[in-house]
Design a protein around this ligand. Structure first.
Ligand SMILES: Cc1cc2nc3c(=O)[nH]c(=O)nc-3n(C[C@H](O)[C@H](O)[C@H](O)COP(=O)(O)O)c2cc1C
Length: 326
């Protein structure tokens, strides 16, 4: 994986599943992160080839619950992000997915209490020895790029010091979200502190925070010196942010997202959550569309809501005939 001059879709829980990643890639994202998946969960899973959808599934053993789905089309750009607090567990979990993805990333920035209480996410930022243990264990045993994503520490000097320690582990790149753990999403990202990290490292830095228009990619590159820029909310609200020819109407992007969700039989909870996030940004969940999405129980319900019944029937028919021909 080459980390120079890339536009990157950020990891987003419940959002960064296969349809959304493929959508972002179609509009121009060079690298697409999956949602964070916790190592404990992966260790209860097995890898299955899905002959009907022609993809690979990581499925909870003894169930049909798909924890991660990927397909050959995205093999060279998908990054698997993991939550962990233990090197051995992280390695075992990564070994389950490493054949199917381009890189493995460790989340060291999540400020949510479930992460912190498990010693994961931003809890790692205060444990440089553990960071080193996790990253060197992965680097030594996985023959693929390993990266991590951090937030800013309380001073720029501390962030740079930690980033330099991380660089020494041999990671291929470092993603820096320009906010501190206590910052809220509305607080401006500190691009100047990302610039300090870029200046101190030789490996590529992936700069993240407050990109909302295509032009912001270039602005952020110039302001930080980073060669890669990562976007989360700007892509969630309109995945065509990656397109150099300008954003497409939100309605078109939403329709394409629903079609891809149908095609890849995406988890209904994930599809609904992603749609709700989009609707909350442009409209309101209390309006009829929002209420109908909230009420939807299946992809068929959503297909009907967005006038995609024919497409839904066509996809299901194809999948059925593909099942029968095996
Ligand atoms: C809905 C949502 C889910 C997120 N899930 C993750 C995650 O799984 N892993 C992670 O490292 N960051 C996660 N983040 C943080 C983003 O990756 C990103 O660092 C942050 O939103 C700042 O980027 P932005 O200003 O472009 O939104 C999430 C953010 C959002 C909005």
């Amino acid at each position: 994986m080459d980390y120079r001059d890339k536009l990157v879709l950020a990891p987003m829980v419940r959002v960064g599943t296969l349809p959304f990643r493929l959508l972002a890639a179609e509009y121009g994202a060079d690298i697409t992160y999956g949602e964070e998946i916790i190592d404990h969960k992966l260790l209860k899973c097995e890898r299955r080839i899905n002959d009907v959808l022609r993809c690979t599934d990581i499925v909870e053993k003894g169930t049909e619950s798909v924890v991660f789905r990927t397909c050959p089309e995205e093999r060279n750009k998908v990054v698997f992000q993991m939550g962990t607090s233990d090197a051995v567990r992280a390695l075992k979990a990564a070994q389950l997915v490493c054949k199917d993805v381009a890189a493995v990333d460790i989340n060291m920035g999540c400020p949510k209490s479930f992460s912190l209480s498990g010693g994961m996410g931003a809890a790692l930022l205060t444990k440089p020895e553990l960071i080193q243990d996790i990253l060197t264990t992965l680097k030594r045993n996985l023959h693929m790029p390993v990266t991590c994503k951090i937030r800013l520490l309380k001073s720029s000097r501390d962030t740079v010091e930690l980033a330099q320690r991380i660089e020494k582990t041999g990671v291929s790149a470092l993603a820096v979200h320009g906010r501190r753990v206590a910052d809220r999403p509305r607080d401006p990202a500190k691009w100047n502190e990302i610039a300090d990290v870029v200046a101190a490292l030789s490996i590529p830095v992936i700069a993240n925070g407050d990109v909302f228009e295509f032009e912001d990619f270039e602005r952020m590159k110039v302001a930080t010196g980073a060669s890669c820029v990562m976007v989360a909310r700007g892509a969630l609200w309109n995945a065509s942010i990656f397109s150099p020819t300008g954003k497409l109407p939100w309605e078109d992007v939403k329709r394409e997202y629903i079609r891809k969700s149908i095609l890849w039989d995406n988890d209904i909870k994930s599809t609904k959550q992603t749609l709700k996030e989009m609707i909350m940004h442009y409209s309101c969940l209390e309006f009829p569309e929002g209420k109908a999405v909230t009420k939807a129980e299946t992809l068929a319900d959503l297909a009907q809501l967005y006038g995609q019944e024919q497409y839904y029937e066509y996809v299901k028919l194809n999948q059925l005939s593909s099942t029968r021909s095996r």
